[in-house]
Design a protein around this ligand. Structure first.
Ligand code: AMP
Length: 300
């Protein structure tokens, strides 16, 4: 059995450990999470190692400031023992598990706000959510001082907002994105999937299938507005309540209209009962898909 993972719960302890690693010349990666770990999280650890990390820190902090009033902060799944076992198995060097006292000193009064990127999509339906995320991620980056940090494309808007923040604040860490990990039936892995009833779980993969079909239709030249309306109708008819479904520029997150003429991204958030699921997919314009098809068909 692998030796139990080293768990650090204080900012000073974390700083000391990273300083020691730096003296030894190690390249350090951070993977921030809220725990209730699954294969999606563990894929970020694998990505960190692929990208050349000698030492990997996984932070676990259920961040109260990114949950709105009436959201699931109290009910959010917590399983520290199970998480530490998974991280040990994955060969993670340190689990950084600060509590709220470590994170919020008395009189804490600072918020990090990224304008623009955080205003639409999840930002529109969850006011204050991204300020909570960027504030805590800024703190984790300053506390752990990694060479780079890995975030999932599952939270695509979050990934872009964090890249913006790190560039704007000159935080000396590279931000690396990692592909979405899915169950076999296509449902993106999420700690919140645990809330789904058996029937809801059976229905849930339709979210990804709808995005895939939309990507195909848009590639074939279907107008964006038309494809969005049809996809929303499909999801709502099956029992989802769609929060948003948008086609946006993959860098600015501004809505794209008309026909797909360059790379774009479709992002969706939809409720199954009380559970809010999110997903997204890369979109490629028709011309490129055609080009690729004719290249694939061309004789050697
Ligand atoms: P969370 O614990 O939900 O805050 O997620 C922590 C990190 O794991 C974030 O960077 C997420 O984007 C990433 N993540 C969560 N689910 C997945 C998934 N299914 N595939 C890839 N990354 C994920």
């Amino acid at each position: 059995m692998a030796p139990a993972i080293s768990t650090i719960r204080t900012v000073t302890g974390m700083r000391r450990r990273v300083a020691q690693w730096r003296n030894e010349g190690h390249r350090v990666a951070l993977v921030p999470t809220m725990g209730a770990l699954h294969d999606g999280h563990l894929s970020l650890v694998a990505k960190a190692k692929d990208e050349g990390a000698d030492k990997v820190i996984v932070s676990i902090f259920v961040n109260p400031t990114q949950f709105g009033a009436g959201e699931d902060f109290d009910a959010y799944p917590r399983d520290e023992k199970g998480d530490l076992a998974k991280l040990t198995e994955a060969g993670v060097d340190v689990a950084y598990v600060p509590d709220a006292k470590q994170m919020f000193a008395p009189g804490f009064a600072t918020r990090v706000h990224v304008k623009g990127l955080t205003e639409g999509l999840c930002g529109a339906s969850r006011p204050g959510h991204f300020d909570g995320v960027t504030t805590i991620v800024a703190k984790l980056l300053l506390q752990c001082a990694p060479d780079f940090a890995v975030f999932g494309e599952k939270d695509y808007q979050q990934l872009l907002a964090i890249k913006r923040m790190v560039a704007d604040l000159d935080i000396p860490a590279e931000i690396v994105g990692a592909a979405i990990v899915r169950d076999e039936d296509g449902l993106a892995r999420s700690s919140r999937n645990a809330y789904l009833s058996r029937m809801q779980r059976e229905l849930a993969p339709l979210l990804h299938r709808t995005l895939q079909d939309m990507a195909y239709d848009l590639g074939e030249g279907r107008p964006i507005g038309d494809a969005i309306a049809a996809s929303k109708f499909r999801l709502e008819s099956a029992g989802f309540k769609v929060d948003y479904l948008e086609v946006v520029d993959p860098k600015t997150l501004q809505p794209v209209d008309g026909l797909l003429e360059g790379p774009a991204r479709a992002l969706v958030a939809a409720f199954l009962g009380k559970t809010r699921l999110i997903d997204n997919i890369a979109l490629k314009p028709k011309q490129r898909q055609r080009d690729r098809k004719s290249k694939d068909e061309a004789p050697e």
